[in-house]
Write a protein that binds this ligand. Structure first.
Ligand SMILES: [Zn+2]
Ligand SMILES: [Zn+2]
Length: 390
């Protein structure tokens, strides 16, 4: 932390933030079970004068604070859920719950946004409406989409929405911005191939779904290599094939599970279309039937160009170019804040969690959020809110 650049009000909250973050860390809750975390967030926001709404996305919490007569409305979002991972950090504040862990730093994001919310409630140094959005179930369960379905933006309209995520491997507290496509879409495809079961010694009386699957796997490899422009990112992974039990039995059916990713919405649509066509065509060649259950999960996260420029400028005005992660590149991970960005202009940014030796990646049982970046994150949210709500 650069103590010169952190406002005294935020610096004064640091001990409280660390204590809060570690308390959340010790009591992780999985997707849509963020009851105690939600209680804690709601209790704090209420104490600081926010109007608190609960239940959007089941366990989501939104705090609203209006100051002055300004008509601008800002949304800042943090995620609250933990992962089904058994923590192995050995830290004094490690998870008290076996098999559950804050291994993605959402404990830190929650603490950062709470600190900013507290500071802004004390200073009231903005003019307009501040919505602090604490969402459930970011990890694979689309809590952001659930909040939208429950009327997040109808109940709390926003002119712009922002979120941040810590990232190991980047220097401590440096901020990373990237306009346009920043994180990949992530879809799951379940393919069921039905043939005709039979005796392994009488293959001509059967339709072998194992052979059909083998052909499908190979044919799928050409979709990216021959169909997607070389400079576009696309991934088609067949992660599982399940069929049969015995060497002398041709099974009736087989199942394949695919993970599909892309960095542009058009490429994502193309992959869906071609995967579906290739699977059906390959099955037809061998007289088998195929069902394709194409589950569109997280969309491409597309940062609004103007809002990303604005967010970056706030950082540069505050910290100079030195405060930025230089040459930020897209990330192949996925993030359900993408759903909010489909509905509202905004930007998702990265805050470096430290790039030292031995640092763990998120989702690793040895990972821990870096408390040194709490104050930087909170101070950044405060500056962004002050710059946007004028
Ligand atoms: Zn995660
Ligand atoms: Zn995360």
């Amino acid at each position: 932390m650069n103590t010169m650049t952190i406002p005294a009000g935020i610096a004064g909250l640091e001990e409280e933030m660390i204590e809060l973050r570690r308390r959340i860390h010790a009591h992780p809750e999985l997707a849509y079970e963020e009851f105690a975390t939600g209680d804690l967030v709601a209790e704090k926001l209420t104490e600081w004068g926010y109007t608190v709404h609960r239940g959007l996305g089941r366990t989501g919490v939104v705090g609203q604070l209006k100051v002055g007569n300004g008509n601008r409305r800002l949304g800042l979002r943090a995620d609250m859920d933990a992962l089904p991972i058994h923590e192995k950090t050995g830290l004094p504040y490690a998870s008290k719950l076996a098999g559950k862990m804050h291994a993605c730093g959402h404990d830190g994001h929650t603490a950062i946004l709470l600190a900013a919310a507290k500071h802004l409630a004390q200073t009231k140094s903005f003019d307009g409406t501040l919505n602090v959005i604490f969402q459930p179930a970011e990890e694979g369960q689309a809590g952001a989409r659930k909040m939208l379905e429950d009327g997040l933006f109808e109940t709390f309209p926003c002119d712009a929405v922002f979120a941040l995520h810590n990232m190991p491997g980047f220097p401590t507290g440096k901020l990373g911005f990237m306009p346009g496509s920043f994180m990949a879409s992530s879809d799951t495809v379940i393919v069921t191939v039905t043939g005709r079961g039979g005796h392994g010694a009488v293959p001509h009386k059967a339709i072998d779904p194992v052979v059909v699957c083998a052909q499908i796997v190979l044919a799928l490899q050409t979709i990216v290599s021959r169909g997607v422009a070389p400079l576009d990112m696309a991934i088609v992974t067949v992660g599982a094939i399940h069929a049969g039990d015995a060497p002398n039995v041709i099974p009736e059916s087989a199942e394949m599970r695919l993970s599909v990713r892309a960095l542009r919405p058009e490429v994502r649509d193309f992959l869906q279309q071609r995967i579906t066509e290739v699977v059906h065509a390959q099955a037809a060649v061998y007289g088998a039937r195929a069902e394709v259950d194409y589950q569109r999960r997280y969309p491409v996260l597309v940062n609004d160009v103007a809002m990303t420029g604005f967010a970056k400028q706030v950082a540069v005005d505050w910290l100079g170019e030195d405060g930025l992660i230089p040459d930020m590149q897209p990330l192949t991970g996925s993030e359900d804040f993408a759903f909010l960005l489909e509905r509202c202009a905004g930007s998702y940014l990265i805050i470096g969690n430290g790039d030292g030796e031995g640092g763990c990646m998120v989702h690793n049982p040895g990972y821990d959020f870096n408390d040194d970046i709490l104050a930087t994150g909170a101070a950044y949210w405060v500056r962004l809110a002050e710059a946007f709500l004028v």
